[in-house]
Design a protein around this ligand. Sequence first.
Ligand code: PEP
Length: 257
Amino acid sequence: MTDRKDLIVGNWKMNATHLDAIQMIQKLHYRLEVEDYDRVDVVVAPPFTALRSAQTVIEADHMLIELGAQNAHWEESGAYTGEVSAPMLAKLAVGYVIVGHSERRQHFEETDQDANRRARAVLANEMTPIVCVGETLEEREEARAEEVGLSQLKGSLARFDVTQLGSIVIAYEPVWAIGTGRTASPDDAGEMASFIRERLVDLGNSEVAASMRILYGGSVNAGNVKDLMAKKHIDGALVGGASLDPDKFAAIVRYRL
Ligand code: PEP
């Protein structure tokens, strides 16, 4: 038995105005029971423009939904037009920040070093980084999924001490499963999560590795979540498309083994 509490994160990507966000969060809140939050930490990550409204509605109605952000710059402030810093997010009661998402890597040429710098800033501001790793279809077909995952892990987690490592969440997201409706089989996802945990032992130690949460992401929905979450080393999900519909997202949160 493990005492890792499941974590389910809705990554809204570049969707929802601040007005949409208020409605979506209210609907999600009404669809969940207090007991759901005993089993699962529930996080939504709206676009930056909706964070302030999301924070206000969550606090005003004493909701148990937590707030995430989709990225953070590594500098605290300065001449970085268009960027948002970790202290700015922390001030908005953001608890989790996604870093190294494959869409950032693919469309904005972000590297493991960028993910590492972002994760460092997130931790320094007492938030939890969600570090994303995962192979492309080509890499999986070449049987390089583990090699790629390991290299991304090593790069993104470079020079963290053991205590810092223990405060990080890893999301295994095979690129070919993101937004495609094509989910990794529970066995494949479970094997990768197990591989990642073994590597976390090497990067930290067995106690820290056993305490860290590893999420699966890639076309998770209410129909497949249960089989994925049944895998010993999968401790939750990073959900894109299905998190935009409060009914679907609530059903994912409320899966039961
Ligand atoms: C994601 O954005 O991290 C994701 C997993 O998206 P989707 O659930 O739509 O595949």
